[in-house]
Design a protein around this ligand. Structure first.
Ligand code: ATP
Ligand code: MG
Length: 865
């Protein structure tokens, strides 16, 4: 049999085309699909008598000899549906006007033309073959031509369509019938939607082109809307339009264009649909109408602009400064432009510097520094010829805000990131302009740290964090574990500083949790922080996410509420910016805004922005402390800015109490020597201590101090005052009155005592006695803390002698005691002390070596035979 396939939901054009094929091939029957458009239903009703013999259903199918496809070229779809009836021998003939989706097999007969309707193609063939048709035939055939060309108004309409229609009119096609079918089909629901479409029209201007978006909402699918669009005048006048009809979350888009450069077929293909460049459609789920509109707009913009060159959009109004210029000379310039181009003597571009940064530096009194010191040099630059789409690819990899445009290495223009995005997408996305990283921003990976938390935290702490995350969720807050502990978990180190940041209200969260558990809680309203003391004694610190502004270098900052990102941004180094979400539902997710993870892996200390050390010079000390402790290096720009801050004596303006605290930490670190050597290398010690110098002697004392402290603590089971010892090693070159002033300045009051005592005993050892017992007499009143220093700073031989004496002193009780004397029959009296001292003296001088010898000596010396 011969079968005409018109596809599901067939419209009038498919129907007319199918009918035309029955005229060309009288044995062919139209296979009616399960669904057809309203207009097809109306047309069928109207011409039922004429049609009933030409129509079959799926139940009537037998083996197909010839298969016709009407108004579709999707032969795979047809073959799939009819596969039971198709054989090797089945001939396929396609009548269609849609562009091909893919290459068709050779043996298929293709009657495919670029006409406004497919019916035009069959009418043309009927005409050529001079087959006679009745006025009724003509009317049925003309329906499709009128509908698919929008009454000859769509720009896809061709001369052939008009000629075909003219021929059909000549053959008696009845326009009244046509009108009645088209008008009758408009029902109340369709009118309601058309009304919405008229009301909701929005214009979008793309340079000289006028594009319309309009929307309608309905609670179910309304067919045939596209057939009425020609009735909406503004749509017909636009260069292109997009009609979005949303029914319960699903949006059908009908798109038309009159211009080749607005290819709606391509645009719809981005949304999973398709069609011609003039007429296309798509159906989208899961996006709101507004989101679809934004998306289409962004495609329109980027399609229109992507091949344009940067030169067309860049600002040529740029300010340059020679690298040697002192920043005070740039005062006026930086008020006018946000960014300066730094060039060498030959005008070649070196890098950029941000006016904001220079202004802040001037505010902090840094004036004579050369602008070179604030250059950000490893940055992305463009050429005037770079296209916007190339530029876009490059900017997504970085967080840079300003992009210099260079020609032969010299600056000719500048363009900023938001502007490029605005041109291409018509809207400004969240820019990260404040973040100084002249490096590639790595897209954060999704990492779940729940297992690591479980591994590195004690079980009960892990449990508390989970519970806090749950309450946080209930209160509508987000809570994060932050700071050193996250860094140390990554490093696989123990750390029990539980610091939490709450997006919301830390005090409220702390109170809720403490109340539930019956734990004590301290709150600090002014700082928006709280501390819970657990039943096991550990403390959990909670702080409301905040940003801080510094009024002057090193001052304690002012506090304002903020997001976690802003909170992390105010931190000292990237390695300290990692956070782990604790909020229920997101528990364990690692948050890494500033490449912290990479820097830990690369062993790098990096600040987050150029003014970091100037805003808070304490970070100079912290940077070296972490570098020393972890064996990390400073990043290049970080190193440069640290040196600059030291050169500018920023440590002089830092609060002395904080310096005290930070030095205390450093001098108690295990890697104290490494830290001190770094502080020497970066001239931090010179900045803190007048006329400081490092030489072999001092270096040796420092190292021996470290070892001596360790041995003293081990042998004598005491805690040595490290801070005072190292301070003394750093200041022994100074007269006492100067060290005294320094110690006062930095609040090392305990060390003042230590220094005083040291200076008192220091001369005692100017002459060293031969006998250990005499040496003992000299040192026995000196505190061990100080003896440590004396050992470390004396020659090795003396140091060993002292240690040996102190060890013997420790063992004194074991050697011989009052009890032993009693047992020897000596009556208790003050003579005991004399005897014991005498024995110990002999022990020190190696004349007595053991308890046995001691007892013998006492017997022979003090007991009458
Ligand atoms: P440690 O292991 O020595 O305790 P830490 O990183 O936990 O190291 P803390 O002094 O306990 O350091 O500080 C906690 C967090 O507060 C740090 O991780 C850091 O992010 C931040 N921080 C501390 N001091 C500063 C500072 N001066 N500037 C910016 N952020 C700081
Ligand atoms: Mg800590």
């Amino acid at each position: 049999m011969q079968v005409i396939f018109i596809g599901d939901g067939a419209d009038l054009d498919a129907f007319s085309t199918g009918y035309g094929i029955t005229i060309l091939y009288p044995k062919a029957k139209i296979l009616i699909p399960s669904a057809v458009s309203t207009t097809v239903r109306l047309a069928y009703k109207r011409f039922e008598n004429r049609l009933k013999d030409k129509i079959i259903t799926y139940d009537d199918l037998k083996e197909i000899d010839t298969l016709f496809l009407a108004d579709t070229n999707n032969y795979k779809n047809a073959v799939r549906k009819l596969k039971k009836f198709i054989t090797e021998k089945t001939e396929i003939i396609i009548y269609d006007h849609h562009p091909l989706r893919e290459k068709l097999p050779k043996k298929i007969v293709k009657k495919i033309k670029k006409t406004g309707s497919a019916a035009t193609i069959v009418v043309d063939e009927i005409k050529k073959k001079k087959i006679e048709i009745s006025p009724e035939d003509a009317t049925i055939l003309v329906l499709g031509i009128y509908e698919d060309t929008g009454n000859f108004t769509y720009s896809s309409t061709t001369e052939k369509d008009l000629k075909a229609a003219a021929y059909l009119l000549k053959k008696g096609a009845d326009l009244d019938t046509l009108k009645s079918i088209i008008e009758e089909r408009i029902d109340q629901e369709q009118i309601y939607i058309i009304h919405q479409l008229v009301e909701n029209i929005q214009y979008f201007l793309l340079k000289d082109k006028k594009i319309i978006f309009t929307f309608a909402y309905y609670d179910r699918y309304i067919p045939d809307i596209s057939a009425f669009l020609h009735m909406i005048k503004p749509l017909q006048e636009a260069d292109a339009f997009f009609v979005l009809i949303n029914e319960r979350g699903k949006t059908s888009i009908i798109a038309r264009s009159k211009r080749k450069d607005i290819d709606v077929g391509k645009i719809m293909s981005y949304l999973g649909g398709g069609g011609h460049y003039t007429a296309a459609s798509a159906t989208v789920k899961g996006l709101t109408v507004q989101e679809i509109k934004n998306y289409i707009e962004s495609i329109l913009l980027s399609e229109a602009y992507k091949n344009k060159k940067i030169a067309e959009f860049m600002s040529t109004d740029i300010a340059t400064a020679f690298k040697n210029t002192q920043i005070k000379q740039l005062k006026e310039l930086i008020d006018k432009v946000p960014v300066l181009f730094v060039v060498d003597e030959r005008g070649k571009f070196i890098g950029i510097t941000l006016s904001r940064v220079l202004k802040e530096s001037l505010r902090h009194g840094i004036e004579n520094v050369r602008v070179e010191n604030f250059v950000i040099d490893s940055i992305i630059t463009f050429e005037p010829e770079t296209t916007l789409s190339e530029a876009e690819k490059m900017i997504t990899l970085s967080s840079q805000e300003y992009f210099p445009v260079l020609k032969n290495g010299k600056p000719v223009g500048v363009i900023n990131r938001t502007y490029i995005i605005k041109i291409l997408h018509g809207q400004v996305f969240d820019s990260e302009k404040d973040i100084f990283i002249s490096r590639e921003r790595i897209k954060p990976k999704f990492l779940n740290y729940e297992k690591k938390l479980q591994k590195y935290l004690p079980e009960h702490i892990f449990f508390h964090l989970k519970e806090i995350g749950k309450i946080s969720k209930e209160l509508g807050f987000n809570t994060y574990l932050v700071g050193g502990i996250v860094r140390d978990i990554v490093l696989g180190k123990k750390n029990l500083d539980i610091d939490l940041i709450v997006e919301g209200d830390a005090i409220r969260l702390a109170k809720e949790y403490a109340k539930k558990k019956g734990y004590p809680v301290h709150t600090f309203e002014e700082f928006m922080t709280a501390q819970i003391t657990l039943d096991t004694g550990e403390k959990i610190d909670l702080a409301t996410a905040r940003k801080e502004t510094y009024t002057h270098p090193g001052a304690y900052p002012k506090v304002e509420k903020a997001t976690i990102k802003e909170d992390l941004y105010r931190r000292d180094f990237t390695i300290n910016t990692l956070a782990v979400e604790l909020t229920e539902g997101k528990f364990g997710i690692l948050i890494d805004f500033f490449n912290g993870l990479k820097d830990i892996k690369d062993k790098m200390i990096r600040i987050l922005h150029q003014l970091s050390f100037i805003e808070d010079p304490i970070r100079i000390l912290r940077a070296l402390r972490f570098a020393g402790r972890l064996g990390f290096r400073l990043g290049k720009p970080t190193e440069k800015l640290l040196k600059l801050a030291v050169d500018e004596n920023m440590l002089d303006v830092a609060p002395t109490g904080r310096i005290n605290l930070e030095l205390n930490y450093s001098l108690n670190e295990e890697k104290v020597i490494d830290i001190l050597m770094l502080m020497n290398r970066y001239r931090v010690l010179h900045s803190l201590i007048p006329e400081f110098y490092m030489d072999d002697k001092r270096e040796e004392i420092l190292k021996r101090l470290r070892d001596t402290i360790v041995s003293f603590e081990m042998f004598f089971d005491i805690k040595i005052d490290r801070v005072s010892n190292y301070l003394l090693a750093l200041m022994y070159h100074l007269p006492f009155d100067i060290s005294y002033k320094l110690l006062r300045k930095y609040h090392f009051s305990k060390s003042i005592k230590f220094f005083e005592e040291y200076y008192e005993v220091k001369d005692i050892l100017r002459e060293i006695p031969e006998k250990d017992s005499d040496l003992y007499k000299k040192i026995k009143f000196i505190k061990k803390d100080i003896l440590v220093y004396i050992c470390a700073s004396s020659d090795i031989e003396l140091s060993e002698r002292i240690i040996k004496i102190l060890k013997k002193e420790e063992e004194r009780q074991l050697l011989i005691s009052g009890k032993d004397l009693r047992e020897l029959g000596i009556p208790p009296s003050p003579v005991y002390k004399k005897i014991l001292d005498d024995v110990f003296k002999k022990y020190l001088d190696d004349e007595i070596k053991s308890k046995k010898e001691a007892l013998e000596y006492v017997k022979s010396r003090y007991l009458q035979p």
